[in-house]
Design a protein around this ligand. Structure first.
Ligand SMILES: NC(=O)c1ccc[n+]([C@@H]2O[C@H](COP(=O)([O-])OP(=O)(O)OC[C@H]3O[C@@H](n4cnc5c(N)ncnc54)[C@H](O)[C@@H]3O)[C@@H](O)[C@H]2O)c1
Ligand SMILES: O=C(O)[C@H](O)[C@H](O)COP(=O)(O)O
Length: 375
């Protein structure tokens, strides 16, 4: 079995090595000729899986994308050709939730405006939106959700209208897929009008897809309103963000909010399980065995004195400022953007850090935030 895999997908050797011969490719420049004799195709969000890409292949048995988003895959085409497809919903949700939460704590410190006093609106209450909500809930921050599709489906949580939330929220965090059709399309969901309606001193975070915000309008509004603070992990026109936008952004990164080692391992592992199901073999590998140990052993925590102390603890796991600095230095052009994503391997999730003394004490809420308790 020939397996073509994106070179930026970790753990492919460990999980797929016994299933076939693996060829690693650059997902951004993958050609129909490279795919022609593949039995299995494993991609990430940078590969457009469409008619052109698979046109020369008559033997494809499985396509997997180690991502939550599937806007790069023509699923109808694969279904019409009888090619099973799987993505990895939820694989990197914790990473995105923690990224958004840490970014909010960073802004809070930078502008001396405690996050605890903010009202947060989460737009899109699926996997990543809910993961963000869990962090806010654990820390005791007031938040509201907007998700008209889940509301229609009878989700029991309380949902609010988008424009009402824009008028209500001090912080808005975006977690929707990119869609152009249906009753609630998200392409340019935040257009000039909605951007102008942001409350004074609002913080706007985008960790989903760049085109959910009209980036030209964002430049225009931000140039007139210095009070607005921006956190952008995703950009219109990736991998070439609008260069005029970058300096206007407080925290800027190259689409790596979901890039924890845990999230990447989960993504590849979910595809491994899916392929095993498709070819009818038992999935005998274990996810836990893939991850290296964390550089810190156990930390004794008996108090989180204030928000700054909480941020210090979070930074011990993931210091978002490093990625922001690196992005500005060398990640804003198309080659730098992809290079930084390719070499981004160090980040862990809160659960990697074991806390002693946190259980049963006044800091037990840290376990709801995601840190591991060891008693
Ligand atoms: N930056 C990153 O690294 C990164 C990582 C993971 C996911 N993503 C992106 O984030 C998106 C969301 O991920 P997820 O795992 O939460 O997906 P999800 O499918 O679990 O949740 C998305 C939610 O958005 C809701 N939604 C759709 N249209 C909406 C609208 N107009 N208004 C409000 N809500 C709407 C849906 O009903 C759904 O509940 C993905 O589709 C992907 O594009 C980015
Ligand atoms: O949709 C997703 O899951 C994310 O956007 C994902 O993190 C994108 O990462 P990539 O596939 O480009 O490496």
């Amino acid at each position: 079995m020939k397996i073509i895999a994106d070179e930026n997908m970790p753990y492919v050797d460990s999980l797929f090595g016994e299933l076939g011969e693996i060829e690693y490719v650059n997902g951004r420049t993958l050609t129909p000729e490279q795919v022609a004799d593949a039995d299995v195709l494993l991609v990430r969000s940078v590969t457009q899986v469409n008619e052109a890409l698979v046109s020369q292949n008559q033997q494809l048995k499985f396509v997997g994308s180690a991502t939550i988003g599937t806007d790069h895959v023509d699923k109808a085409l694969l279904a019409s050709r009888g090619i099973p497809f799987s993505n990895a919903p939820g694989c990197n949700a914790t990473a995105v939730g923690e990224y958004a939460f840490i970014a909010m704590l960073e802004l809070a410190q930078r502008y001396q405006q405690p996050l605890k006093n903010k009202r947060v609106a989460i737009i899109g209450a699926g996997n990543t939106g809910s993961a963000t909500a869990r962090c806010l809930q654990a820390y005791g921050v007031e938040y509201r959700l907007c998700d008209p599709l889940l509301a229609e489906q009878g989700d029991s949580r309380q949902f609010f209208d988008l424009d009402e939330l824009i008028a209500w929220a001090d912080v808005i965090s975006l977690h929707v897929p990119i869609t152009k059709e249906g009753d609630f399309p998200t392409w340019y969901l935040f257009d000039q009008k909605r951007l102008e309606a942001l409350k004074p001193d609002a913080w706007l975070l985008n960790c989903c897809r760049g085109e959910v915000i009209d980036n030209r309008a964002l430049i225009d509004v931000k140039q007139k309103r210095d009070d607005i603070k921006l956190v952008l992990d995703v950009w219109e026109g990736e991998p070439s963000p609008m260069l005029a936008l970058v300096p206007l952004v407080d925290i800027a990164t190259p689409h790596i909010a979901g890039y924890s080692l845990e999230g990447k391992a989960r993504g590849t592992f979910m595809l491994y399980e899916a392929l095993c199901r498709v070819v009818g073999i038992a999935a005998d590998k274990k996810l836990d065995s893939l991850l290296p140990s964390f550089f810190l052993d156990v930390i004794n925590v008996h108090e989180v004195a204030d928000e700054r102390a909480l941020l210090t603890l979070c930074r011990a796991v993931y210091d978002l400022r490093d990625d922001d600095v690196r992005f500005r230095q060398s990640g804003t052009d198309r080659l730098g953007f992809d290079k930084m994503r390719k070499n981004h391997r160090h980040r862990r999730e809160f659960s990697a850090l074991k806390l002693e003394n946190a259980k049963g004490s006044e800091v037990n809420w840290l376990s709801f935030l995601g840190f591991s308790n060891v008693g």
